[in-house]
Ligand binder design. Structure first.
Ligand code: NDP
Ligand code: GDR
Length: 329
């Protein structure tokens, strides 16, 4: 039985990855930071199957202890401050959690279990300003947010530990991937949640930022398979994971609202608070290397993804409404 340690296991990707590894027969350890309100929503179905470890990315001692206790064959470093918009008001916390913390995790592995295989969650946000399209492993980085800058650090320190200490360290440069477990502040989930609420009569409008931004959106359940595949290769390497298709935020609104027979133009209000100080106008990935080397492929396309998210939000909002009715709220 193989053993994996996942940081960020309570997040979107961590929960799908934990399910995938449990299905493959892994013993899964999940690192969880202490929060005043426990947040097990994404892992509710597998909570009892995960071996929980208490730790924080900024507390090296806790990471060393997590690696010592779990003695992992594979480490997936998914934890981060992952919301780009929050990285302007919280640039230092973002640098600590999204950049420096990667060194903490690599050090913990290097000191305690240097032969463990290591996955770093790098991001298409590192490409930022358009230098080349589509973007691939060799495209130069030009990050446009404190988050993007922090991810560039995390990416290069992972490459550096591979080259300096001969560690099996891989970096997955993943383009946007979404699911019904996506945080409510990210644009896809914000839209599908609003569509459900508007359809059910508990919301009147949705306030949005830049509708012209273009993104390469895939399904998180497909993307975690690529993370696992990267750690099964003979040699460590870095891979772009993407759909190779791009859609605008406006198109996302169109697809989500029309699915429930509504016109987004009747509900969208542009609000400058959601416009970013510097924008990444366009992301489009070329994942030929991953397809050829890893044999990775997509199962869910853009429309299926957005429809799946609207369906799940409709179910959730309906059950919330039933609960409030029962409670007389
Ligand atoms: P989420 O925001 O859903 O999850 C982030 C996770 O990190 C949560 O479990 C969170 O815990 C944990 N975390 C944050 N800070 C700390 C800390 N100080 N100590 C311990 N744990 C912490 O992100 P995703 O699942 O969407 O993304 C996973 C990773 O992939 C991130 O690194 C993200 O930047 C990167 N990425 C994501 C992409 C995407 O489109 N989803 C694309 C490219 C990269 P808690 O529940 O307590 O908040
Ligand atoms: P992103 O995702 O910044 O690409 O980072 P997000 O869904 O937040 O934004 C995508 C695009 O939509 C535009 N936008 C809005 N975004 C939000 N959140 N809210 C709005 O109201 C809104 N209106 C327009 C944004 O300006 C942007 O252009 C995600 C995260 O998962 C990162 O962790 C990851 O690294 C990258 O994807 C790849």
């Amino acid at each position: 039985m193989k053993t994996a340690l996942i940081t960020g296991v309570t997040g979107q990707d961590g929960s799908y990855l934990a399910e995938l590894l449990l299905d493959k027969g892994y013993k899964v350890f999940g690192l969880r930071r202490r929060t005043s309100t426990p947040n097990y929503e994404n892992v509710i179905r597998i909570k009892d199957k995960i071996h929980w470890l208490s730790g924080d990315l900024n507390d090296l001692a806790s990471l060393i202890e997590a690696v010592r206790i779990s003695n992992p064959d594979e480490v997936y470093n998914l934890a981060a401050q992952s919301f780009v918009a929050a990285s302007w008001p919280q640039p230092i916390a973002t640098a600590q959690m999204t950049a420096l913390a990667v060194t903490n995790m690599l050090e913990a592995v290097r000191i305690v279990k240097p032969d463990a295989r290591f996955y770093q969650a790098s991001s298409s946000e590192m490409f930022g300003k358009v230098v080349e399209t589509p973007q691939k492993e060799t495209t130069p980085f030009y990050p446009r947010s404190p988050y993007g800058v922090a991810k560039v650090y995390g990416h290069w320190i992972t490459v550096n530990y591979r080259e300096s200490f001969n560690m099996f360290a891989c970096s997955g440069i993943l383009f946007n991937h979404e699911s019904p477990r996506r945080g409510l502040e990210f644009v896809t989930r914000k839209v599908t949640d609003a569509v459900a609420r508007i359809k059910l009569g508990v919301q009147n409008e949705i306030r949005m930022g830049n509708l012209d931004a273009l993104r390469d959106w895939g399904f998180a359940g497909d993307y975690v398979k690529a993370m696992w595949l990267m750690l099964q290769q003979d040699e460590p390497d870095d891979f772009v994971i993407s759909t190779g298709e791009m859609h605008s935020v406006r198109e996302l609104l169109e697809v989500a609202f029309s699915y429930v027979n509504l016109n987004y133009k009747d509900y969208v209000v542009i609000d400058s608070q959601f416009v970013r100080p510097a924008e990444v106008e366009l992301l489009l990935g070329d994942c030929t290397k991953a397809k050829e080397t890893l044999g990775w492929k997509l199962d869910v396309d853009f429309k299926q993804l957005i429809h799946m998210m609207v369906d799940e939000d409709l179910k959730r909002v309906k059950s919330e409404m039933r609960y409030y009715e029962l409670m007389g709220i």
